[in-house]
Design a protein around this ligand. Structure first.
Ligand code: SF4
Ligand code: SF4
Length: 472
């Protein structure tokens, strides 16, 4: 029985409700009046229900689709301005006891080299990341009780936060590890993590069980209810995501929004972020073996519809996607991107040899961070290395209420400029620096509060003198 307030996965992601939503979407997809009403609701910045958003996703009327894209772009501008937050993944270990059929780290893959970073390796990897200019990491590890126990993850987080190389520092560690217990989530919270991220992969229970034939991840309910446990453990900011390509994208889309509605209904705060990965080639994995792949147009439409449905939720895209695809979806709603990522364990210090294929997925966008930063600025975006919110205790419902009132803009914009300035001073090439300096001067004028603008101006001058880590 569908019940968004239930703590049982099969109630809040009720299969029949997903199917009924898809039926509803088919019925009204090309009904101009209904589509107009839904677009109008989205225009009020009220968000959309999973049924309403599913109608938009199913709509095939070109003029309405264009309207959705324009509105998604406008909402993106209203809530996120022209800022894009930067991050990088850090793979700690690819030991894993699960049998996920779409991931090269699955237990049965006997020929992939297994690696686990020691604390000394982590120091080297993080130093390399700091030397690129990164301030925000997402750590990743396979599920392995003896190789990657929670103590190893906690120790690694402590190590990461402790490393200070030149002016470098990792100021926010987001964590992407397997579903775990309330007690372990509490430990992660105490370790000072930013967002806890867990991809659902697929919400379709039958497919989920087939795609995860062995290992603890096989348990659909335990995995799907993980965010509730995380929130019970005190983690305010959680990140959802599905792996598009495993199941019908329309099913995943409706269920993903049902999951967001469930978190809002039970915990009073929706997901902090939504990630939109698509299945990619990797060792042992052929994406063509999965027959639900989506083309670039559908992918763009999904991103736009998510932006309309959950205007306050950050949207993340990785280097799985090419430069061209990234450019398209940045305008439609994506607010965070990774740059210069290595998706193998230890890949920042020792790039992989040709025949040592241990990446979790092939990277499409292989540019350096400097190139990505410059490209963003040339497109009119402000690359932001801001990590202020959780360090200022602005998490969960406190963060959401600031978002909803629009007040967060007074922090995000100057923080973006100050952290970009740090990047330009410490890591940028001369050309990137030149472009960045004039962007900062222009954008400073767009800080609406005179008082904030003055403080930001003063701090920018202090950064030039060598001071670091200012934030609103
Ligand atoms: S997706 Fe995660 S849990 Fe599954 S095999 Fe890969 S690393 Fe292990
Ligand atoms: S001020 Fe907060 S919401 Fe804005 S970019 Fe920084 S961390 Fe994100």
């Amino acid at each position: 029985m569908y019940d968004p307030k239930s703590l049982r996965a099969e109630d809040f992601i009720d299969h029949d409700e997903v199917l009924a939503s898809l039926e509803y979407a088919n019925k009204y997809a090309d009904n101009a009046d209904i589509v107009d009403q839904i677009i109008e609701k989205a225009r009020q910045r009220k968000g959309l229900t999973h049924r309403e958003a599913s109608v938009l996703l199913a709509c095939t009327m070109p003029d309405k689709i264009q309207e959705m894209y324009s509105l998604a772009e406008q909402i993106k501008k209203d809530f996120y301005g022209n800022r894009i937050v930067m991050f990088a993944p850090l793979y700690l270990s690819n030991y894993c006891i699960n049998g996920c059929v779409y991931c090269p780290y699955h237990r049965q893959n006997a020929h992939i080299p297994r690696k686990k970073l020691t604390q000394e390796d982590i120091v080297r990897e993080v130093t390399a990341l700091q030397d690129m200019g990164h301030k925000r990491l997402a750590i990743e590890a396979g599920e392995h009780p003896s190789m990657n126990p929670i103590e190893y993850i906690l120790e690694s987080i402590r190590t990461i936060y402790s490393i200070k190389h030149r002016n470098g520092a990792i100021r926010r560690v987001n964590v992407n590890i397997a579903a775990t217990t309330v007690e372990n989530y509490r430990k992660l919270k105490e370790a000072g993590i930013g967002t806890y991220i867990l991809f659902q992969e697929t919400y379709h229970k039958q497919s989920y069980e087939a795609l995860h034939p062995t290992g603890p991840k096989h348990d659909y309910a335990y995995h799907t209810e993980a965010m509730d446990r995380a929130m019970q453990g005190g983690i305010d900011d959680v990140g959802l995501g599905v792996l598009f390509g495993l199941q019908s994208y329309r099913y995943e889309f409706a269920a993903l929004l049902m999951h967001a509605e469930h978190l809002e209904a039970v915990h009073g705060v929706g997901p902090h972020t939504i990630s939109v990965p698509r299945i990619k080639h990797a060792d042992d994995i052929d994406p063509n073996a999965f027959d639900n792949g989506i083309d670039d147009d559908t992918f763009a439409k999904i991103c736009a519809c998510i932006r309309l449905a959950v205007p306050y939720t950050g949207m993340i895209i990785s280097t799985r996607e090419s430069k061209a695809v990234r450019e398209r979806v940045l305008r439609l709603g994506v607010s965070q991107i990774s740059g210069a990522s290595r998706t193998s364990v230890g890949g920042y210090c020792e790039p992989e040899a040709e025949d040592d294929n241990s990446e979790q997925f092939d990277v499409s966008d292989k540019r350096t961070l400097d190139e990505v930063v410059r490209w963003l600025m040339e497109l009119g975006f402000i690359p932001s290395f801001c990590t202020a919110c959780y360090r200022e205790g602005r998490t969960g419902d406190r963060f959401m209420s600031l978002c909803k009132s629009g007040q967060i803009q007074n922090c995000c914009h100057p923080n973006a400029l100050m952290t970009l300035k740090e990047y330009l001073e410490d890591y940028a090439s001369p050309e990137t620096r030149r472009i960045g300096e004039s962007l900062i001067q222009r954008e400073l004028e767009n800080v609406t509060s005179e008082r904030v603008r003055e403080i930001a101006r003063r701090n920018l001058a202090l950064i030039e003198e060598g001071k670091r880590d200012f934030r609103f």
